[in-house]
Design a protein around this ligand. Structure first.
Ligand SMILES: C[S@@+](CC[C@H](N)C(=O)[O-])C[C@H]1O[C@@H](n2cnc3c(N)ncnc32)[C@H](O)[C@@H]1O
Length: 555
């Protein structure tokens, strides 16, 4: 089979809308050729080594596809015939399992789930006709991940070299509400231009995704360092020696950091989860973490950057969300002079109440939610939002075209958990979907994508499916309702990791004990970490920050 020859081949890396340029930059850095930016992805060319490297190192890719063939489709029969014509027995054996996904855009076949079903039938029938046996489908941990992409009646069949979404880094053992997708978190940091040379803060860290990604970047820890496996490892051309040499090369490039990476959150529960994640990854000494309200966090030096995602307001009342963003603005202005703040939010109306003029506005998608990444340059006497209506609207209570009433004395932060964005945890799975939307067959998908209508008083998602254990059911072109990408956290995603873990266990070990992985322990040697405590303490002590204005905490 052509695709298994070690020669320059075309690939497609998928990402979030808004991160395409960052992805292209990462791929270019690795030596990718003929890079072309497409919607939510990047086409590029390279050899097998580049494919392995990209899977291991690129932080802003969700998956990397290897196209096998392309043909025209006008109806279900032509799709079936096209897929059946592929010499599947050169790719896999009937004893191996597979998972078929489909994404369909602007085509006569307009149902992605249906397309995936047809393609699955064609593959199965290929084997049945040839050897009277068929490979099985595995919705959770397949040997082969096959993607059907139909656009303008052209079908591209690809092998997915990543398997489970690359946002499944392997370091997260727990998540609080609304954790940010790891790929998006890395993308935000890249968009901010942070190079690991100044202090980094996430004052609303939740389960700690942003600071973990920041630390990994600053310390040169590969994106896939904690991850157990990739789909290409099951391919017939898999070159174990090449893979090991790539890993060794990059696993020996860890850097020491002498900046502060600081995480805080007002929620004790979130802090406990984040701490567990940090410890699991062996980063608990590199990231300072504490329970704190944003208004009580102070900078550790003169210069630094904040990257955070405040609650979007799915569960907050409009009053609360306005108060929250107003407080964010006040605190930034009074406490963070000399710093730059990057805030991702979907609550654009409320974000105006930050009251600072963003120096940059970048459009992004946080899964299905349209979001903006706002950059605020903070310096003494930061400009107040010049909108003449700002205070007037706030005082009169009409902050959104006069439609809503701002009550004068709400108590928005009464309960620690109240402020959390209520996107369901398994929406993270949707975040990983490169092609959201178009033509899903799954009847549940629409319901799952929309807010829970039963809770008509709120803008929140329903309570269903908060657990990460729940399979992803919305918006995917799979032929089953289940989603393989849910298997990670709950179904032993990391269990397969063995060889390299045992090899590393003397230095960093990052896996749960019940998965056979030894967690990082006090006293374990961390070869790459040589922080000069004396100088970093000096640095911390050298800066005294005066809090000129402390907003009354609303709790
Ligand atoms: C959307 S979540 C952040 C998710 C996080 N980025 C992650 O990946 O897990 C928003 C967080 O802001 C926190 N928060 C809300 N208001 C806060 C405040 N005034 N001070 C500190 N944290 C706050 C919430 O507790 C919640 O954990």
């Amino acid at each position: 089979m052509e695709i298994f020859k070690n020669e320059i081949r075309p690939y497609v890396a998928k990402t979030f809308s808004g991160l395409e340029n960052e992805l292209a930059t990462e791929l270019k850095f690795l030596g990718a050729e003929n890079i072309e930016i497409i919607k939510r992805g990047v086409k590029f060319e390279g050899n097998r080594e580049l494919l392995y490297r990209a899977n291991y190192l690129v932080r802003t890719a969700i998956r990397i596809l290897t196209p096998i063939t392309e043909f025209k489709v006008t109806d279900e029969q032509s799709l079936y015939d096209g897929v059946k014509a592929i010499q599947w027995d050169e790719i896999m054996t009937h004893k191996q399992t597979f998972m078929m996904t489909a994404d369909v855009f602007h085509s006569q076949i307009d149902h992605s789930h249906f397309a995936a079903l047809k393609a699955k039938d064609a593959l199965v029938d290929f084997f049945r006709d040839k050897i009277r046996r068929r490979p099985s489908v595995d919705k959770e941990d397949a040997d082969f991940y096959i993607n059907i992409h139909i656009s303008q009646n052209v079908c591209t069949v690809s092998l997915d070299s990543s398997g489970e979404s690359l946002h499944k880094r392997g370091y997260r053992i727990g998540a609080d509400k609304a954790p940010l997708n790891e790929v998006l978190a890395a993308g935000l940091i890249k968009l901010s231009g942070w190079k690991g040379d100044i202090d980094f803060y996430d004052p609303m860290c939740g389960s700690g995704t942003i600071v973990m990604e920041a630390a990994m970047m600053a310390m040169n820890i590969p994106a896939g360092y904690y991850r157990a496996q990739y789909a290409f490892q099951k391919w017939v051309d898999y070159d174990e020696a090449l893979w090991q040499s790539i890993k060794e090369e990059h696993d020996n490039e860890f850097k020491d950091i002498d900046i502060n990476i600081v995480a805080s959150d007002r929620s004790e529960k979130a802090i406990q989860i984040a701490k567990r994640n940090l410890k699991h990854a062996g980063l608990h000494k590199d990231i300072e973490i504490s329970k704190a309200y944003f208004d009580s966090v102070v900078p550790k030096s003169e210069k630094g950057i904040l990257v955070f995602n405040p609650p979007y307001g799915m569960r907050l009342t409009e009053n609360d969300i306005v108060r929250l963003y107003q407080e964010i603005g006040d605190v930034l202005k009074s406490n963070w002079s000399g710093h730059q703040a990057w805030i991702i939010t979907s609550a654009m109306d409320a974000a105006k109440f930050i009251g600072l003029r963003p120096s940059k506005r970048i459009e992004l998608y946080n899964g299905p939610i349209e979001a903006k990444l706002l950059c605020f340059d903070l310096y003494a006497g930061s400009r107040r939002e010049k909108s003449p209506d700002y205070r007037k609207k706030l005082d009169s209570g009409n902050y959104r075209s006069g439609k809503t009433k701002y009550e004068s004395n709400p108590v928005p932060f009464r309960n620690e958990e109240d402020g959390d964005d209520d996107r369901r945890s398994n929406d993270r799975e949707r975040d990983a979907r490169p092609y959201r939307g178009a033509g899903r067959y799954d009847n549940n998908s629409r319901d799952n994508r929309s807010y829970d209508k039963k809770r008509s008083d709120s803008k929140s998602y329903g309570d269903r499916g908060r657990s990460e254990k729940k399979p992803y059911r919305g918006g995917g072109g799979r032929f089953s309702n289940d989603d393989r990408r849910d298997s990670h956290d709950n179904k032993g995603y990391n269990k397969k990791r063995s060889g390299r873990d045992s090899k590393r266990s003397d230095s960093r070990s990052f896996k749960k004990e019940d998965s056979g992985f030894k967690p990082f322990r006090e006293g374990d040697k961390k070869p790459f970490r040589k922080r000069d405590n004396e100088s970093s303490n000096k640095k911390r002590d050298s800066k005294k920050v005066t809090v000129r204005f402390k907003r009354k905490r609303l709790d």
